[in-house]
Ligand binder design. Structure first.
Ligand SMILES: C[S@@+](CC[C@H](N)C(=O)[O-])C[C@H]1O[C@@H](n2cnc3c(N)ncnc32)[C@H](O)[C@@H]1O
Length: 279
């Protein structure tokens, strides 16, 4: 989030606002953005993410250490908003039966390239997390690191869709930008230490082109909102992890920096279970 106008789209040039946009505009913006940005995203973050590795967040927490998904051997796992699917390939190497899904063909092209480089292949599906092309109870585990959830206008609907495709007893783990980050500017330096936005302003962050058409939309939910969406879908929330910035980790990722990371959380990781039928 950079400095934003409140509502108004200034005529004559690209800009940034906080304002409501429709579902259709959000989907179009996301698809276009991630297709256009795929090469730049991978150029900037590909080395940090690896080709076969599961990194939950810019703080560098790895599934190999955190084990939030439990033992995945033999499990049917869906990676949502997979991008280049490094996490999906790591899970496959751990013995999981993985499907990796993303809205963006541009991101999935990087998944194909990384599969060629690493020799680890998982089935790739281009689809929207809001309408998953899978039958009920098709998976034991669903996960995503910063995929899909922050980029849909109805994240409660994603929770319900994930609930549907999980078997009873299945696990859902997702990471997002920590909600408290939304009160600050997207600045990894001193400028990102001053509260300027209301935590309670749920209007999305919208970048738009010269015609006012949204080109990037990211959604804010408070911690309470996220918990209500998870529980409202039927899940039991097991944990909320706020990874601390590790000593000696100096890598900046956008607004995530050692300066800010030492003071307040940048990532929230939600761990939820679909209850067993007999629960
Ligand atoms: C910040 S990237 C994260 C990618 C990957 N998980 C990682 O850790 O690098 C967000 C991803 O979510 C995908 N995405 C956005 N909206 C989506 C939607 N509605 N359904 C599925 N994927 C979506 C984007 O295409 C993009 O690949």
């Amino acid at each position: 989030m950079i400095a934003v106008n409140d509502e108004a789209v200034e005529p004559g040039g690209p800009g940034v606002t906080r304002r409501q946009v429709s579902d259709a505009q959000t989907r179009m913006a996301s698809r276009g953005w991630w297709d256009r940005d795929a090469d730049a995203y991978q150029a900037e973050h590909g080395a940090f993410l690896g080709d076969v590795d599961f990194v939950w967040c810019p703080e560098g927490l790895r599934e190999a250490d955190a084990r939030l998904l439990g033992d995945v051997r033999g499990r049917r796992v869906l990676e949502l908003g997979c991008g280049a699917a490094a996490a999906g390939r790591w899970l496959a190497r751990e013995g999981a039966r993985v499907v990796a899904l993303d809205l963006s063909a541009g991101m999935l092209r990087h998944a194909v390239a990384a599969a060629d480089r690493s020799g680890v292949r998982v089935p790739l599906v281009q689809a929207d997390a809001l309408t998953l092309p899978f039958p009920d109870a098709a998976f034991d585990t669903v996960c995503t690191a910063f995929g899909a959830v922050p980029f849909v206008s109805d994240s409660a609907a994603v929770m319900r869709e994930v609930f549907r495709v999980l078997r009873p007893g299945g696990r859902w783990v997702f990471s997002v930008t920590h909600p408290m980050r939304w009160i600050f500017l997207d600045d990894p330096g001193e400028g990102g230490l001053v509260a300027v936005h209301s935590y309670f302003d749920r209007r999305p962050y919208v970048e738009h082109d010269a015609h006012g058409v949204p080109t990037y939309v990211e959604q804010h939910r408070t911690l309470g909102d996220r918990i209500r969406e998870i529980v409202g879908a039927g899940f039991v929330l097991r944990d909320l992890i706020e990874p601390e910035w590790p000593e000696g980790h100096e890598q900046i990722w956008g607004q995530w920096s050692p300066l800010r990371g030492r003071l307040f959380p940048g990532t929230a990781i939600f761990v939820a279970d679909k209850p067993n039928d007999d629960a």
